[in-house]
Design a protein. Sequence first.
Lengths: 271, 205
Amino acid sequence: MSEQYKILHPVKYFRDHLAHKIRPDGREFGEYRPIVVNLGSISTADGSAIAKVGRTTVVCGIKAELCQPKAEAANEGFLIPNVELPPLCSSKFRPGPPTEQAQVATQLVADILKNSDCLDLKTLCIFPDKLAWCLYADLICLDLDGALIDACVVALMAALKSVTLPAVQYDPALDNKQVNVQERKALSVTNTPIATTFAMFDDKILIDPTVDEEDLSTSLVTIVVKEEELCFVHKPGGCVFTEEQLLKCVEESTKRATVIEEIIETAFKSL
Amino acid sequence: MSKLKSSCKLGILSRPDGSVLFSQDETTVVAGVYGPVESKANKALVEKACVEAHFRPKSGLPGVKDRLNESIIRNVCEAAIATAMYPRTSVVVVIQEMQNNGQLISCALNAACLALLDSGIDMKCMFAAVTCFIHKDESLVFTPPINEDQVKAMFMFVFDSVEKSIIASHTDGSFSVEQYKDALSLCKEECANMFDFFKKSLTIK
């Protein structure tokens, strides 16, 4: 009976649950879903990770290529994230060019990387104006069940930390490069930004929403925290938040960030 | 602290239902609104109007960065327009960037609000966007520093005209919670000036 009720009156179904201070999946308002991180899942990539936030699954593979730096930033390499939402992850997507949601997610992940300054692009440069590393971070969503950015950031940070680059010797006089695949070095990732998404429905704030909750909610906020500092507070619109509500969300996301950081560290220890 | 100089010209285009040439300091955009118009069958919503936003950069084709701007503009407009009054229709907001001096998104949003007001479409509230910057020396300013390297962080807030609560928030760079609070209260004060400016511009017209 409850299944039919959910399909016929989705809003009322949701509201009835919330009135009893519980969410349809059995969580409390401030309770987030379990997070799983798996490292080195793709052996052909230079660094990879799978992150699961509840049922939302994102695979991140990082491939490194040698390239010439841009003229305006001659001593910097590149880190290019790309979020893919294939038809596999949700019935909302069809095969074809990237959807708007995928493009927005790509831009958000790129902004988070830039804002947090977690990887100094200068360390990717081998010889100014001649040779640098270009890291392509492909994030593929296998299952979309809300909080996409959260999962993407966890997968990306875990993958970045697991990247090892071969040593390269460059002779500028002869324009000759030698790659030593045996001797690999890890990247120096300076901090770990962690994203937390909140959904608002009828003045109630739900942490880490599922896709059903995201669709029904009137507004979403994504907060990114790194080392006690904020580096992204993104609320694209929708219904209004008061200052107190927003600051409460910031507090919650700081707490969650420490937990997730520990999860990533534990994953590295067990490697 | 220096206030922002805003200026606008309403109804500069003949074809759109509402249009505006809007500038804040050195940043200038043109906005046009068509709506409510007939919407494509796959986009039509049964119970409300569908809001579409198009953001055109100064040169070249819109890229991934512009998609993010579009999604912010669309979401903010959706919150402000009384969409339930126009079911099965579309409201199209088109923004053309003319010059960018740092506060492009907030300028685009303010222009969108003026264009919507000019078009006469029913709205639940007005909205005003304010951008502020944190210098490397930790001071808060509205006008962006001439040298981009001097900016530590950028904040953009959108407030509604009824309760002055936050419709949207977008940030750049990293900052502390205290700085976020300071920027929020500063922008909240400034948004009142924006709403006065909107009202004045409409009465002159």
